[in-house]
Design a protein around this ligand. Structure first.
Ligand code: GLN
Length: 483
């Protein structure tokens, strides 16, 4: 274990002149060189000269006193977020070589804030997965233990933070894809309130569930990044008409200022080492003056099947657009239309994606729609009502994942075991509320993460609590490796 500077600390050093953005960029590029062959966190890495040129520009701006909020900070962007200056593949052969003609709104906001996009992060194909093994460009490995997965689907975004190959990153979270990788790499990830961050330019998987969100090596950093990317965007019809949240200057929560609820349904299935680390943290918080009480969230036990029903239905509809026409694969013979489409889809999609298209089409099909899809939307309403009710009283705490990071290959052979990894995270997506995952501790060198959930647009409560927890655990800025 070692400590690396957080983005907030770097910005401070850039401002007071004790560190040059160019020297820093060189250091990060060095880490990428050292780790990337083993970890595979990136699908595309920006050319060295381009990174250095941007860092030089940042240096110049600091000299002139014109530095912007993220000036010179190196950011990794998940590869399902559109960039007009780098390919955007969503880790699928279907989109190999595709360079979008526009930037996602969050990318424009990053660039306007002076950030340098250092690369596009590896992920599960179309964000479908929990381990980052379903990438057409090879699996991502966990820097803390290369035999293990970093969680998914934003595994690359988390892994590059954990080895020092970026200062901040963007992930997307449909059912836990920011929080599970954060938990498995001892980093911090926040899934914002639905509608707080623009999805314009995000390659869609489950539109009604997903949000782009910040990932970092500290709570203050995710607050800072969310401040930059959040707020109303006229290009996304589901975006809320709210100003960017003000979070980066918040102070840690005062003990006694809030209560924590641990729903029994969101901890009872956790394996022992996870439960142990989690409860130890809860006990410490309790003795610090944050009252911790056990609670009930009965619908949480039905959240997982409801989530997968809705997510797959939306996935099947979303992925219907890939017919090999608009995004030609090049290796498909022209011929009759349907054969062309079938061939393009057979070659372009991976196995997991195909499975989900079939399942999603099934739950939407005539005769089964009410039984599955409509039933799932009813469960979703139950979950939302229960979560909102509980969140009025307390911040909801649980482990971020029920198990420690599994070994590669260990989970993907059994879909039910794989999907069960998301049991604690999907609740926040169904409810549309914000959720923060951050390090709780370690078990034999493996990271264990805690999750906090609050009511809609209560990101400030999560940040304040997170800042306190980070001080308590002393795990701000931790990274894998020696030194
Ligand atoms: N593991 C979940 C799924 O595969 C969540 C993925 C995500 O949040 N993008 O659907």
């Amino acid at each position: 274990m070692r400590k690396l500077p957080t983005a907030s600390e770097l910005l401070e050093e850039f401002r007071n002149g004790s560190l040059d953005p160019v020297d820093h960029a060189e250091r990060v590029l060095g880490e990428i060189e050292r780790w990337e062959a083993k970890v595979n966190a990136y699908i595309t890495i920006e050319a060295r000269e381009a990174v250095i040129a941007q860092a030089e520009e940042a240096e110049e701006r600091y000299r002139r006193g014109e530095a912007r909020p993220l000036e010179g900070v190196l950011v990794a962007v998940k590869d399902n977020i559109s960039t007009s200056f780098m390919p955007t593949t969503a880790a699928s052969r279907m989109l190999e070589g595709y360079v979008p003609p526009f930037n996602a709104t969050v990318v424009d906001r990053l660039l306007e804030a002076g950030a340098i996009v250092v690369g596009k992060a590896n992920m599960d194909e179309f964000a479908m997965g929990s381990t980052s093994e379903f990438s057409a460009f090879g699996p991502v490995r966990n820097p803390w233990d290369l035999e293990r997965v970093p969680g998914g689907s934003s595994g690359g975004s988390a892994a590059c933070l954990a080895y020092g190959g970026c200062d901040l990153s963007l992930g997307s979270d449909t059912g836990g894809s920011i929080r599970l990788p954060a938990a498995y790499t001892a980093t911090v990830g926040l899934k914002p309130t639905y509608g707080l961050v623009s999805r314009y330019g995000l390659i869609p998987y489950g539109n009604s569930l997903e949000q782009i969100g910040p990932m970092a090596r500290s709570v203050r950093d995710v607050a800072l990044l969310l401040e930059v990317i959040g707020g109303w965007d006229p290009k996304d019809a589901t975006s809320l008409r709210v100003k960017p949240p003000r979070l980066s200057a918040l102070e840690p929560a005062e003990p006694g200022s809030l209560r924590l609820c641990v729903p029994r349904e969101m901890v009872e299935g956790a394996e022992e080492p996870v439960a142990k680390v989690f409860w130890r943290l809860m006990e410490r918080l309790d003795s610090e003056g944050f009252e911790v009480e056990e609670a009930r969230l009965p619908s949480a036990s039905k959240a997982l099947p409801a989530y997968y029903t809705i997510a797959l239905a939306e996935a099947a509809s979303n992925l219907a657009r890939y017919d090999g026409g608009l995004y030609p694969r090049g290796d498909v013979e022209p011929g009759d239309y349907w054969r062309h489409v079938a061939e393009a889809r057979a070659r372009g999609f991976g196995w997991e994606v195909k499975k989900r298209i079939v399942l999603g089409s099934y739950v939407l099909s005539e005769g089964y729609r009410d039984e599955y899809y409509v039933a799932a939307t009813k469960v979703r309403r139950l979950v939302r009502d229960e979560v909102l009710r509980l969140a009025r009283r307390c911040v909801i705490a649980s482990p971020a994942a029920p198990i420690l990071p599994p070994r590669l290959g260990e989970r993907i052979t059994d879909p039910l075991l794989l999907y069960a990894m998301d049991v604690y995270t999907v609740v926040a997506n169904l409810a549309g509320v914000p959720a923060l995952a951050m390090p709780a501790g370690f078990h034999h060198g493996l990271p264990v993460g805690v999750q906090f959930m609050a009511g809609k647009l209560e990101e400030d409560r999560l940040v304040r609590l997170g800042l306190f927890v980070e001080e308590l655990t002393g795990l701000r800025g931790v990274a894998a490796g020696e030194g």
